[in-house]
Design a protein around this ligand. Structure first.
Ligand code: C2E
Ligand code: MG
Ligand code: MG
Ligand code: MG
Length: 277
């Protein structure tokens, strides 16, 4: 696009590129509508403690597209981030989770559940983020200590003082924090020590080949040791087999999430999974 031609005179010389741009624009319009129009849905994936007890879930968003069917977050979260739609989307997720927490608080066998919510760096960067989270918790009557926010290391390129301040403000109300996909991103152990985290989440890329790749097994053991020495909990994601679970257990990790226990499930199926025990 040449600047001199102005905004209304886009010139595409590559038809394939033009198709990509048009599809993307359609997806953006669609996503905007989806956020406003009840096409987003949350699935809940169990987080399980050693003996098999479900301690909570991670909320994972899906887009039920009227023509294309279920679209995975891997496809639309990056678009939401590029377009700023991650802010209203993230608020919808938090609001839905807080309503759910309030509902479970009144149900036998469900009141203990915690829910982990993925928070994009861009969302956390919002100067109003702390206020928004507290307002939603308050509006829905949810217990802040049942809410856990999953941050990623990508956040640490920002002003770390600001991040720490926001985390402490939410932590003071009882909100918990996990560091998602740990070990895959920009890590600084000196920052790690200063963040008021509750849990490190061993990334599934280390769990996948843990039985055959001694490096992955060593990384998992190291993350567990690091968590222990910092006084943090640790959870492994992407646990697909009993053998992976057993190796993680022998490495000192006793909280798990993965297909071996349960896939991410629609609300009713997740509730049934918890009740079956
Ligand atoms: P994540 O937070 O690391 O979530 C874990 C992903 O691993 C989920 O993919 C989950 O379905 C998948 N998974 C869980 N257990 C297993 C397993 O045993 N094996 C394998 N192979 N995969 C497993 P999903 O649901 O497609 O979500 C992908 C990513 O999208 C998430 O990665 C997260 O970064 C992002 N995401 C999802 N929901 C939200 C949201 O509400 N807000 C934001 N900002 N990001 C979200
Ligand atoms: Mg996550
Ligand atoms: Mg993860
Ligand atoms: Mg991951």
């Amino acid at each position: 696009k040449s600047k001199a031609t102005g905004r209304n005179a886009l010139h595409f010389f590559d038809p394939a590129m033009q198709t990509v741009v048009i599809e993307r624009a359609a997806l953006e319009v669609g996503l905007r509508r989806a956020i406003e129009g009840q096409q987003l849905v949350l699935h809940y994936q169990a987080q399980v403690v050693g003996d098999g007890q479900v301690m909570g879930a991670e909320a994972l968003v899906r887009w039920q597209h009227p023509e294309r069917g279920m679209i995975s977050p891997a496809e639309f979260i990056p678009l939401a981030e590029e377009t700023g739609l991650i802010l209203p989307l993230g608020e919808w997720v938090l609001d839905t989770v807080c309503s759910q927490l309030a509902s479970w608080a009144a149900q036998t066998g469900m009141a203990h559940l915690t829910v982990a919510v993925n928070v994009s760096a861009q969302q956390f960067r919002d100067s109003d983020f702390v206020h928004k989270v507290l307002a939603i918790l308050n509006k829905r009557g949810a217990n802040p200590s049942r809410l856990k926010l999953e941050l990623t290391e990508s956040l640490l390129v920002d002003n770390v003082e600001d991040i720490i301040e926001k985390m402490f403000a939410l932590k003071a109300k009882g909100v918990g924090f996990a560091l998602d996909d740990f070990g895959t991103g920009y890590s600084s152990l000196s920052y790690l020590k200063r963040l008021p985290l509750d849990q490190l989440k061993i990334d599934q890329s280390f769990v996948r080949d843990i039985l055959v790749d001694p490096n992955d097994a060593a990384i998992a053991r190291t993350v567990v040791a690091l968590a222990q020495s910092l006084g943090l909990g640790v959870i492994a994601e992407g646990v697909e087999t009993e053998a992976q679970r057993a190796l993680l257990a022998s490495s000192g990790c006793h909280v798990y999430q993965g297909y071996f226990f349960s896939r991410p499930l629609p609300l009713a199926s997740f509730e049934e999974f918890v009740r079956r025990g």
